[in-house]
Design a protein around this ligand. Structure first.
Ligand code: PFF
Length: 446
């Protein structure tokens, strides 16, 4: 059990806030032309993300086990088919796939933290051409593999030892510090003289740019950033004390996550525009090639850069723990392996699959799967297909299969009647339809 409401909020926010907010959100927003994409993304958070967040927490708290078994338990209670447990199986696979490339990108942040540390103590060269620095990192298989491995070991350490207590404490201190750092960066961005342009890029929609793939990307990002669709939040919900108000904590976590993404965007885009980088140029390297420009200019920028990348690594760490947890918990329940061995297994396989992402930038730079690099292909299948499909099934399960007595007790009694009705109809009809229409778009069914 989490020791309190705050502990759950800290852990769930730790899971939600991560590379998705500070690395992925700015770069895909950039690739999708800004304003219109951001508004579609915010709509996905409100209409799809929030209802599913509530649903996952309810299922977790009523099932009180790892996702597969929680769902199985609830289907027995309501006389429904056990096949719904497939939600848990898919979640485990999606989490594993995301973990593989997440760890590679987290490795980049570790590398940058170390780079600034070396510069600070005078043993490293300064970054004068961030683009060249980033490209040389991507070309260095050994370096990438090492940092990816180190990050995987860090994640395995926490999951294997189950040091949740320490995690709880670390998250509740470090996350606010990361936010303060982002706010300082935002202040810097405001002073570049390009804040206004950045706000325009992020919030002024150019509807002529809208395309079907933009909806798919926005929906996937909503799931990714809130850690939904793969039972991570469900797993955490299983440890939530019974008297905690689910709607309130759900709104808090989703709100905090969205706030961090928007602040990150508002901090990063002025720097991009001020340095004559095309705000639409995107690419997975976006923050690694733009932020060093700011750090090079700011007073105490080297120190600041080091702290920033350390904290970003911590944010990634608290997220990757929740990516590894469902698979590990399931192995422990289903076999007689110990938690440590299970974590080692998941981390080892995740590291191996992660090599496909490492090689995407060098040895395998020519390899394309349906026009995408191996890393983008894994990201695409997991984030834009598997998470939404998982979310769709979770919504249907919560809306139609769970007895309304349960949802009324868990949610209905804790929120105004209209809000509960709205949740019920969103999960039953609107959310599944939205997901189907967007996914149907990918498969060209419509
Ligand atoms: N929400 C995390 C982020 O935004 O970085 C990534 C993530 C964690 C996705 C856990 C999914 C998940 F289950």
């Amino acid at each position: 059990m989490w020791s309190s409401r705050i502990a759950f909020i800290a852990a769930a926010t730790g899971s939600a806030v991560g590379l998705g907010n500070i690395w992925r959100f700015p770069y895909i927003t950039s690739e999708n032309g800004g304003g219109a994409f951001v508004l579609i993304y915010l709509a996905c958070i409100a209409l799809v993300g929030l209802p599913i967040m509530f649903a996952e927490i309810v299922i977790g708290r009523r099932g009180r086990m790892s996702p597969i078994n929680s769902i199985r338990e609830l289907t027995t209670a309501s006389g429904a088919s056990h096949k719904w447990a497939i939600i848990g199986v898919m979640g485990i696979v999606a989490g594993f796939m995301i973990l593989s490339f997440y760890s590679v990108v987290a490795g980049w942040t570790l590398h940058y933290a170390f780079h600034y540390f070396q510069e600070l103590i005078g043993t490293g060269a300064s970054i004068t051409d961030p683009g060249a620095t980033f490209n040389s990192l991507l070309g260095n298989v050994g370096e990438l593999t090492f940092w990816h491995g180190l990050f995987m070991v860090m994640t395995m350490g926490v999951v294997g030892l189950g040091v949740e207590k320490g995690l709880e404490r670390a998250v509740s201190v470090l996350m606010p510090v990361l936010l303060i750092l982002l706010l300082i960066l935002l202040g810097y961005g405001m002073n570049t003289g390009y804040f206004h342009e950045a706000v325009g890029f992020l919030f002024k929609p150019d509807w002529s740019q809208v395309s079907g793939s933009m909806f798919v990307t926005a929906l996937g990002q909503a799931f990714f950033t809130l850690s939904l669709g793969m039972c991570a939040i469900m797993t955490y919900g299983a440890y939530l004390p019974s008297d905690v108000n689910i709607p309130r904590v759900g709104v808090t976590v989703a709100g905090a996550d969205t706030f961090v993404a928007i602040v990150a965007g508002l901090a990063i885009f002025p720097i991009i525009i001020a340095n004559n980088i095309d705000p639409g140029s995107g690419g997975a390297g976006l923050i690694f090639t733009s932020l060093p420009l700011a750090f090079a200019e700011m007073p105490f920028g080297i120190f600041y850069g080091m702290i920033f990348f350390i904290l970003l690594s911590v944010a990634a760490w608290t997220s990757s723990i929740s990516l590894m947890e469902p698979a590990t918990a399931y192995i422990v329940e289903a076999t007689n392996l110990s938690r440590k061995v299970a974590a080692l297994l998941v981390a080892g396989l995740g590291w191996l699959l992660g090599l496909a992402s490492v090689f995407s930038f060098n040895l395998w730079s020519e390899v394309k799967i349906a026009g995408k690099s191996p890393m983008d292909a894994i990201d695409y299948v997991a984030t834009q297909i598997m998470l939404p499909v998982g979310g769709l099934l979770i919504a249907l399960f919560a809306g139609w299969v769970l007895s309304s007595r349960i949802t009324r007790e868990e949610l209905g009694e804790k929120m105004p009647a209209w809000a509960y009705e709205a949740w019920l109809w969103l999960t039953r009809v609107v959310t599944p339809l939205l997901i189907l229409v967007v996914l149907g778009g990918i498969l060209n069914l419509f």
